[in-house]
Design a protein around this ligand. Structure first.
Ligand SMILES: NC(=O)c1ccc[n+]([C@@H]2O[C@H](COP(=O)([O-])OP(=O)(O)OC[C@H]3O[C@@H](n4cnc5c(N)ncnc54)[C@H](OP(=O)(O)O)[C@@H]3O)[C@@H](O)[C@H]2O)c1
Length: 330
C-alpha cells in the first residue's frame, strides 16, 4: 500500500508512521510543514502547507496513494478563535481538497476527527449520534465530516480520537505538555510527575471533565486499520473506557509508581478561564466504540492497560542511549 500521511511530525501522525515503517508492504509519503522530523527519515517527505489547496490536490495527483491519513491540524483554541478565516481555510478547505483529490485518484481517505464534535451533554454517544459542537474546533471537524460524506465515489473513514497521550516518536521536542482545559492533559501530567513536580488538575469550571483517553500508538493502530478497511463511515478510534480528569491523573501516578499527593486538584487557572471566557468546552463525553472495534477487528485499550503500555514505551524511549534505535523511533 502506498500511504500518504499528513501531520507526521505530530503525536498521532508520528505514531502512524512508526507502525507503518515496520511493515514491508507499506510505502510511506509524509507531508512536511514545519521543521523536518527529528528521527532518521527513510521515507518520502513532501513539502505541504495544507492551507494551500492547490498544492494539496497536486500532491495527491502526483503520488496517487492507495490511502491518505489526514492527521495535520491546528489545535490551539485561542489561536483558532483569533484567526478563524485562516484556520477555516487550513482545516475545512484542505479537508475537502484532500477528499476530492482522493476520489479522483481512487484513494481511500481517512480523516482524523475528534470527540469534540459532541457537546458533552448526552449520557452516552455512539458513532450514529448526531454531532452537536459547542466551539469552533468541533464545528470545523463536524463540517469536515459532512463535506467528506458529500464527495461522490469516495471511500472514506472518519476516525475520531479523544484525549491523546503518548510519545511523539518522530519529533519528541514538539510534544505538547501544557496544562489546558481539554482532555489531552496526559502528557502534562506525566511530564510533571516524572520530574517529581506537582501536577495541577483543573476540576472546573470550564474543563472537559470526563472523556476516553487514547494512547497515541493505540489510536494510530486503529487509524492504520481504517486506511486498509473498505467500509465508509464514522469510527470511534479512542480508548474503550471513560474516566474523569482526576482519576486519569491518579492512574498515571499509580502506573509510574510516584507519590499520588503530587496530584493536586485545583480550580481552573483564572488566566485560562479569561482566555476561554467566550468559549464552551464539552463537559462529559462518554461513548461506545463497540461497533468500531468490531468493524476493525481490534479493541482499543481500557485506561490502565493503555497506561501500562505507555509506561513500557516510556521506559524504552528514555533508556540510556543504545545506539541508533532511538533515532529510528525504536
Ligand atoms: N491530541 C489530541 O488529544 C486529539 C484529540 C482528538 C482529536 N485529535 C486530532 O488528531 C489529529 C492529530 O493531532 P496531534 O495531537 O497529533 O496534533 P499535533 O501533535 O499538534 O500535530 C499537528 C500536526 O499538524 C501539522 N500542521 C499544522 N499546521 C499545518 C499546515 N498548515 N500544513 C500542514 N501540516 C500542518 C504539524 O506540523 P508541524 O509540526 O510542522 O507544525 C503537525 O505535524 C488532529 O486532526 C487532531 O484534531 C487530537
Amino acid at each position: 500500500m502506498r500511504l500518504y500521511i499528513t501531520g507526521g511530525t505530530g503525536l498521532v501522525g508520528g505514531n502512524i508512521i512508526r507502525l507503518a515503517r515496520r511493515r514491508s508492504d507499506i510505502e510511506i509519503i509524509a507531508s512536511q510543514y514545519g521543521p523536518p522530523p527529528e528521527w532518521d527519515v527513510d521515507y518520502q517527505l513532501d513539502p505541504l502547507d495544507m492551507a494551500d489547496t492547490g498544492t494539496v490536490r497536486d500532491s495527491i495527483r502526483k503520488y496517487k496513494p492507495d490511502a491518505v491519513i489526514h492527521c495535520a491540524a491546528i489545535l490551539d483554541h485561542a489561536y483558532m478563535d483569533a484567526n478563524r478565516a485562516a484556520v477555516w481555510r487550513a482545516t475545512v478547505h484542505s479537508n475537502l481538497a484532500f477528499a476530492q483529490a482522493c476520489a479522483e485518484v481512487g484513494a481511500r481517505y481517512v480523516f482524523v476527527s475528534s470527540d469534540w464534535v459532541f457537546d458533552g451533554q448526552q449520557p452516552l454517544v455512539d458513532e450514529d449520534s448526531p454531532p452537536m459542537p459547542v466551539l469552533f474546533y468541533g464545528f470545523m471537524k463536524a463540517i469536515c465530516e459532512r463535506d467528506i460524506m458529500g464527495v461522490p465515489g469516495l471511500s472514506y473513514g472518519i476516525g475520531r480520537l479523544a484525549g491523546v497521550y503518548g510519545i511523539n516518536y518522530s519529533s519528541p521536542s514538539l510534544l505538547r505538555k501544557q496544562n489546558d482545559v481539554g482532555f489531552d492533559l496526559g502528557n502534562y501530567v506525566v511530564d510533571q510527575l516524572s520530574q517529581g513536580l506537582i501536577a495541577e488538575i483543573w476540576t472546573g469550571p470550564k474543563v472537559n471533565e470526563v472523556a476516553h483517553p487514547t494512547l497515541a500508538s493505540d489510536g494510530a493502530a486503529m487509524l492504520l486499520r481504517l486506511a486498509e478497511h473498505d467500509e465508509s463511515g464514522i469510527f470511534h478510534c479512542w480508548g474503550s473506557e471513560a474516566v474523569s480528569r482526576l482519576q486519569y491523573a491518579y492512574h498515571f501516578a499509580e502506573t509510574f509508581a510516584v507519590d499520588r499527593t503530587l496530584i493536586v486538584p485545583v480550580p481552573t487557572d483564572p488566566h485560562v478561564l479569561d482566555r476561554y471566557r467566550h468559549m464552551r468546552i464539552p463537559f462529559r463525553i462518554v461513548s461506545s466504540n463497540e461497533r468500531t472495534c468490531e468493524a476493525l477487528g481490534r479493541s482499543t485499550y481500557k485506561v490502565l492497560d493503555g497506561m501500562r503500555d505507555y509506561k513500557a514505551q516510556w521506559d524504552e524511549f528514555h533508556a540510556p542511549a543504545r545506539g541508533p534505535t532511538r533515532r529510528e523511533g525504536l
